[in-house]
Ligand binder design. Structure first.
Ligand code: TPP
Length: 368
């Protein structure tokens, strides 16, 4: 007899459409996205990889303070953005720059935060992308709050909340999933399981059969997907968004992927993982996989690939140009958006900063 849990259970193996060698999975349990969706996804993936490479170079040049790269995870990044409609909202973390750019935000604006210049950098309302969060899992609650409010207003908005495997150990993860389940809030919780929370491996994070299985305790259906298979992530996320929009309540999707580079430029990944493990994931690269598939299907040729690459190069040039222009930040504005009505303490702190800046500009060497 079918039990209530059967509808919530993820598959034993992550769902896939295209194998690591770029051939179609014959017994796939999910529908492959149509050709134009796959090609659009491929173009966004090429841009996402270029974005990661460019950001890495900018960190080395000291132009960016920090960059948590999503190299290797780009299929998840791109699919998270492309699965949404214009009316939906994306809730990213520090690692999700490529998802934010795939949603249409200017990368130069996204890098304002990672340069250390200012909060957010982009206008969250314009593209319906929340500011990228550094505290783990807090954005999940924000996503639930926004989706619940939209639901109360009778809107059809879905919120896509991104987080990592480490974030699933946070109390906020529990609170967000529980509230969303009880109130049938239209949120897709998308966990990019890249096997490490900085140096902490998944085995020290959870002993659940998978992170998607965690949904059962809340009454939320879970899905596991191969996070390096663009077609599969697009398919699973699109159907999760559709279910949430249709009143099916929150959905939990876990993508199995791998962070190919260090956590950030401040981290030495060789201290906690073996080079051989990283190399093994090279054979599952999301970009090579979809490219091999599209070429074999006759959907992509050298000419089209070259024009997609040229477009990504143009974006990289735009980023370099934007980051080569140093507009000195004015720290007086740091206090502007903390509360709608500033407290006395904030006003005091703001006055101290203004006073220090005043003295700084008159004699920058004064305290040396
Ligand atoms: C509430 C909170 N606790 C601790 C940290 C420090 N911290 C920053 S990143 C990180 C690891 C996060 O790993 P995961 O959620 O798997 O995401 P990933 O970096 O792999 O994308 C930790 C512990 C933080 N930012 N916020």
């Amino acid at each position: 007899m079918k039990s209530v849990i059967d509808d919530l259970l993820p598959t034993d193996e992550p769902l896939a459409c295209i194998s690591a060698d770029g051939t179609a999975v014959l017994d796939s349990q999910i529908d492959r996205p149509n050709d134009s969706a796959l090609l659009a996804g491929y173009a966004a993936l090429v841009r996402a990889r270029r974005l990661n490479d460019q950001a890495y170079a900018l960190v080395r040049q000291g132009r960016l303070a920090v960059y948590p790269s999503s190299h290797g995870q780009e299929a998840c990044q791109v699919a998270a953005a492309l699965a949404l409609d214009d009316e939906d909202w994306l809730f990213p973390t520090y690692r999700d720059t490529a998802a934010v750019v795939a949603r249409g935000v200017d990368p130069v604006e996204v890098f304002v935060l990672l340069k250390g210049d200012w909060h957010s950098g982009y206008d969250p309302r314009r593209h319906r992308v929340a500011p990228a969060t550094t505290p783990l899992a807090t954005q999940l609650l924000h996503a639930v709050g926004l989706a619940h409010a939209a639901q109360l207003r009778g809107e059809k908005t879905v919120a896509m909340a991104l987080c990592g495997d480490g974030a699933t150990s946070e109390g906020d993860f529990h609170e967000a999933l529980n509230f969303a389940a009880v109130f049938k809030t239209p949120v897709v919780f998308f966990v990019q399981n890249n096997e490490y929370a900085i140096s902490v491996p998944l085995a020290r994070q959870s002993v659940a059969p998978s992170l998607a299985h965690k949904g059962i305790g809340y009454g939320i259906p879970g899905q596991r997907v191969d996070g390096n298979d663009l077609a599969a992530v697009l398919s699973v996320l699109s159907s999760a968004v559709a279910k949430a929009r249709a009143g099916g309540g929150p959905q939990l999707v876990e993508a199995h992927t791998y962070r190919m580079q260090a956590h950030t430029n401040a981290d030495d990944a060789t201290r906690y993982r073996q080079d051989a493990d990283v190399e093994a994931w090279l054979t599952r690269d999301p970009l090579t996989r979809i490219e091999t598939f599209l070429r074999a299907e006759g959907l992509l040729d050298d000419e089209l690939a070259a024009s997609i690459t040229a477009e990504a190069e143009e974006m990289a040039g735009h980023i370099r140009g934007g980051l080569n222009t140093d507009v000195p930040p004015d720290y007086r504005h740091l206090f502007d958006h903390v509360y709608a009505q500033p407290t006395a303490q904030l006003q005091e702190q703001s006055a101290v900063v203004a006073d220090e800046l005043e003295r700084d500009t008159t004699d920058p060497e004064a305290d040396l």
